[in-house]
Write a protein that binds this ligand. Structure first.
Ligand SMILES: Nc1ncnc2c1ncn2[C@@H]1O[C@H](COP(=O)(O)OP(=O)(O)OP(=O)(O)O)[C@@H](O)[C@H]1O
Length: 282
């Protein structure tokens, strides 16, 4: 679906921000593009979506070189949810969706009611202007805009930002539903839970370079210290011991009366983010 080879980009003469990115995104894959502020995520997304011109290297989408890919048919096939607001503030969610639907062939457009329903949009707000919405409601309206055209390739930039926990759960459910339909998703996020739960593979980008690319599971396993922490009771005292996971093969290798808990010391995706990008999550 997306092929990127030796992608470089500079703003002006001196400011090179992408230093030779290589990755591909398979059809139907949810691909996470993770990195600290200023690492080049938006620049890459803007190149892929045709907003930014003048890159070097090879980028192809839907099997076509990008220079030929950004046609009307291309825009019909993609959906985007970017961080900057791109809804008309004076129009309601319904009127925004009616307007944006008019750019696509009728047969591919979803019903506005169905999409807003999927997003559990509050009925009171359907006809109110977007300017009166909370951040979470705007994000729902923006997601509706991205989904209304039934895209084959969906670019999502921080989709759960500004959502409360139940909104974030709903958005994850919707992204899972897109996976089920076979939509390819290019997901940019700082939210490691979203990345871990949703992404088939993630790339960590730092200062315009890809530092690691793999499934969240493999990244964590490769960096695991293969230890578990065992919390237990022995002779009425509560104790804790850390042992190698391999030691568990023969059972618990020390005297105990009752095991209270066993916790893996496997790193989290957030630990991996810090390891590969050298930066914490802001
Ligand atoms: N229009 C521009 N002109 C000059 N430099 C820019 C421009 N846009 C971005 N940059 C610089 O390019 C680098 C990469 O920025 P980019 O917005 O791609 O990062 P990002 O990973 O998306 O960051 P964030 O997480 O903050 O959105 C940064 O150093 C940024 O200052």
């Amino acid at each position: 679906m997306i092929e990127v080879k030796d992608l470089t980009y500079s703003y002006g003469k001196d400011k090179q921000v992408l230093h030779g990115l290589n990755f591909s995104v398979e059809d139907g894959e949810i691909f996470g593009f993770l990195g600290p502020n200023g690492s080049g995520k938006s620049t890459t997304q803007k190149i892929l979506t045709g907003i930014l011109k003048g890159h070097a290297g090879k980028v192809s989408l839907f099997g076509q070189d990008i220079s030929a890919a950004h046609t009307q048919e291309f825009f019909w096939k993609i959906g985007v949810l970017f961080e900057f607001p791109y809804l008309y503030a004076n129009l309601s969610a319904v009127d925004n969706l009616k307007y944006f639907s008019s750019f696509y062939p009728k047969e591919q457009v979803r019903s506005i009611e169905e999409v807003l329903d999927e997003l559990e949009f509050k009925p009171d707000f359907l006809k109110k202007p977007v300017s009166s919405y909370s951040k979470g409601m705007r994000q729902r309206a923006s997601m509706a805009r991205a989904l209304i055209s039934n895209p084959k390739l969906l670019f999502l930039d921080e989709p759960t930002s500004g959502l409360d926990p139940s909104g974030a759960v709903l958005f994850r459910k919707i992204i899972e539903e897109e996976r089920r339909k076979g939509t390819t998703v290019f997901l940019t996020t700082h939210n490691m839970l979203d990345a871990d739960l949703l992404c088939d593979r993630v790339a960590f980008i730092s200062d315009g370079n890809i530092m690691a690319l793999d499934t969240p599971k493999s990244l964590k396993e490769q960096n695991s210290n293969h230890r578990v922490v065992i919390d237990y009771l022995y002779q009425e005292r509560r104790e804790e011991q850390t042992i190698e996971t391999s030691e568990l093969e023969e059972g618990i290798p020390f005297a105990h009366d009752e095991i209270i808990s066993v916790h893996s010391q496997e790193p989290t995706l957030e630990d991996m983010f810090i390891k590969y990008t050298g930066r914490g999550l802001s």
